[in-house]
Design a protein around this ligand. Sequence first.
Ligand code: PMP
Length: 405
Amino acid sequence: MSDETAALRRQFPLLAQAGGTLHYLDNAATGQIHEAALDAMVQHERYARGNVLRAGHRLAQTATLAYQRARGQVAQFLNAAHPDEIVFTSGATAALNLVAQAYADLCKPGDEIVVSVAEHHSNLIPWQQLRDRAGVGLRFVPLGAGARLDLSGLRALVGRRCRLIALTHASNVTGAVTDVGPVVEQARAVGAHVLLDGAQRAPHGPVDVRALGVDFYVFSGHKCYGPGGVGVLWGRGEFLDAMPPSATGGGMVERVTLERADYAAPPRRFEAGTPPVAQAVGLGEALAWMSRQDWPRIERRLAGLTARLIEGLLAVPRLHLAGPLDARDRVPVVSFWLEGLHSHDVCQVLDGLGVALRGGHHCAQPLMQALGTDAVSRASLALYNGDDDVDALLAGVREAVRILA
Ligand code: PMP
């Protein structure tokens, strides 16, 4: 392990405590929490705990300032035009549902939504529900070479009735990063909006939503070295303004009578009830820490590790890789399956050797079908992973084959 990797691991309490006994390669499911996020949450709960955006007493004001500061940190991470474009949710799933429910009101029967066959269920089922409730058509971007999205038929797929294209920014199974440029171009040509599910891209460095040219972006805190129970919806100000709330209740209104409620402006309109304040504070610190890292350097290191991991896996007989073989435009997520062996058994053998990775369909069953398997084992790397982790994984896979085959 390099000095750089060792120094990083010391900043993640669970990894620091585990020493060399844990090879954590399930970062696409949940990353480890950074000490800055954990400390900020503990500090907040000990010294600044109060409800936000409601009371005028000092503690409530301190809590409100901390909460709004976190909103600003998220806005910086995404290069959003204004902190008010940031809505805190309980996670990427909740953020996607929020947008889908708003579109149920904004769409007319016969309108269309475009998603892809590679989506996580969280960016598929809400749109299926919208189809069933609002009579909206669903169309799918297919898989192409190297299990990347095939965008060549976009013009035929995205027609005049398309209201929204909702795609994964990076696949949680193949690691492929979506080429967003042509998607935005085609959306603009027909007046549709673009949503990116950034759950797997955000953990790999700051995102520039304005440079991407998209309209909505979602991600989860627990995959970005922050706490669980909090996530983000970013939306262009004018679009959030036009959206109805999906959840209603306290904190999201200006005036209420027995007959009606006047909703507050975004982001409060979408944050009914007491929000996850300490979690937002922790996430803000995690993202601020991420924003200070040298990402080009980290990317080069992780691309090297990913290339070595792929090369090592390809040397294992009867192993199939699910995704692009090259290190171009991909995040360090590598899925594979072994003929005749179930991924759960493979992962269990690896767990016994201290290597944590996940097996199964990864909440992407249509993608599994398109790949021709029902389950894969997935190794997902984060910035604290090193050569030792890749070596342990490759040795573990060879051992699994020896035991199970
Ligand atoms: N989208 C993608 C691509 C994901 O990988 C995940 C998490 N596995 C989600 C959405 C949902 O995230 P969460 O469970 O944190 O809401």
